[in-house]
Design a protein around this ligand. Sequence first.
Ligand SMILES: NC(=O)c1ccc[n+]([C@@H]2O[C@H](COP(=O)([O-])OP(=O)(O)OC[C@H]3O[C@@H](n4cnc5c(N)ncnc54)[C@H](O)[C@@H]3O)[C@@H](O)[C@H]2O)c1
Length: 423
Amino acid sequence: MAETMTTTHDVKDLGLAPQGKLKIEWADRQMPVLRQIRARFEKEKPLEGLRIAACLHVTAETANLMRTLKAGGADVVLCGSNPLSTNDEVAASLVADYGVATHAIKGEDHETYYRHILSAIDSKPSVTMDDGCDLVTVLHTKRKDALPGVIGGTEETTTGVIRLKAMAAQGVLGYPVVAINDADTKHLFDNRYGTGQSTLDGILRCTNLLLAGSTVVVAGYGWCGRGVAMRARGMGAIVLVTEIDPVKAIEAAMDGFEVVTMAEASPRGDLFITMTGNKNVLRGEHFQVMKDGAIVCNSGHFNVEIDIPALEKMSSGKRTTRPFVDEYTVGEKRISLLGEGRLINLAAADGHPASVMDMSFANQSLSVEHLAKNATTLPKDVFTVPREIDAQVAKLKLAAMGVSIDTLTPEQVAYLAEWSEGT
Ligand SMILES: NC(=O)c1ccc[n+]([C@@H]2O[C@H](COP(=O)([O-])OP(=O)(O)OC[C@H]3O[C@@H](n4cnc5c(N)ncnc54)[C@H](O)[C@@H]3O)[C@@H](O)[C@H]2O)c1
C-alpha cells in the first residue's frame, strides 16, 4: 500500500516568519533575473494548472523561486532536500507570508525528512523539482501510485542528474526531466563561484580558521572543486588537489595546483574538503595518518564522501567543540568533522549567494514553463536546458549588471558562414 502523509505544512515555528520575510526580501534584491521573470509570469500566467512539488534547500533564494512559480499560476508544495540546510525563519515566512505549503525543519531526523517528501508527493504533483533526486526516487519506489499524474520534472544538481541518467538508461524513468545543472548559466557560475565562495564561508564561520599558510586538500577538480581551490588559494592557502580523472588532473596541475593522491595528501593537510559526488573519498587509512588537529568536511551533495562510520569506529571518543564541529579522538590525535559530513556551505552558512542562485533559479522557472508547453511531446529521458533559455538567462543577467557586449556585423556573420574565405 502507498504511504501518504497529508498535512498542509510542517515548519519549526510560524512565529519566526517576520525574520524570514526580511531574509527573503534581502535575497530578492540580488535576484534581478528572477524578478524580471516573475513580473512576466504575473501577467502571462504560463504555469496555470500546474501543481509543483519542489524538494530543494529551503533558503531565502528558494523562497523567491517559489514566489515566481506561484506568480506564474502554479500551485506549489515545498520540502527540504537536506535535513541540515533548512532556514527555519524562511520556512515559516513561506507559509505565513507567501502561502507556500512548506514541510521542512532544520536538523530533522531521517524519518521526518522522508515524511516531508511524502507530504509533497501527497499533493499529487504534475511537475517535480528536485535537488539530488530524493523526491524522484521516492516517487519511483514507494509512491508509484502518484507517477501517472506527473508530466515532467527538473533536477538542480550534478549528483541528481547522474542518478536520473542511470534511471533513464535502465528504462525506469517515468517522465521527462530537464537537467538544470547542465545549463552553462548554472554550473559555470553556481557550482564554481557559488560553491567556491560559500563552502569557505561555511568552514570559516564554524571554525574561525586562518586559511593563509595552511594546507587545504580539495578532493575533486570538477566545477565545485575548481571554485573552492581557486578561492582557497586566493586567501593564501597552499592547495593540494586529488582527482581520478587524468584530464581534470592535468587541468589542476596547469592551473598551478599540486596534484597528489589522497594517501600522499593525508599526512600533509590541515583542512580536507571533498566535492566529488562519490563515496568514501576519505577513509580509515587516510584518517590514520592525518595530523593532530586535521579538519575534514564535505561540500558534495550526499554525506557519503567521508567514511564517517569508519571514523566513528576507530575513535575512542567524540565531543562537540563548537556548533557544527565534532572532534574525534583517534589514538593520540584529534580529527574534527564539520556539519556531520553534509554540504558545509548549507549546514554552517547561508548556501550560495543570492546573485548566483538568480541564474540557477531563472533556469528552473523557464524550464518549468518549457515543460508546461512541451512535456507531452518529450520522451521519458533527461534533457539539457534548451540553448535559448541559457542564452536568455545570460542576457538578462548581463543587462541587470549593466554590461553591454558587441554584436556581429553583417560582414562578420557572412564571414563565419563562409567556409571558403581566405583560400
Ligand atoms: N555544495 C553545494 O552547494 C553544491 C553545489 C553544486 C553541486 N554540488 C555537488 O558537488 C558535487 C560535485 O559537483 P561538480 O559539479 O563539481 O561535479 P563534477 O562532475 O564537475 O566534478 C566532480 C569531480 O570529482 C572527481 N572525482 C570523482 N571521484 C573522485 C575520487 N574518488 N577522488 C577524487 N576525485 C574524484 C571527478 O573526476 C570530477 O572531476 C556533486 O555531488 C554535486 O551535486 C554541491
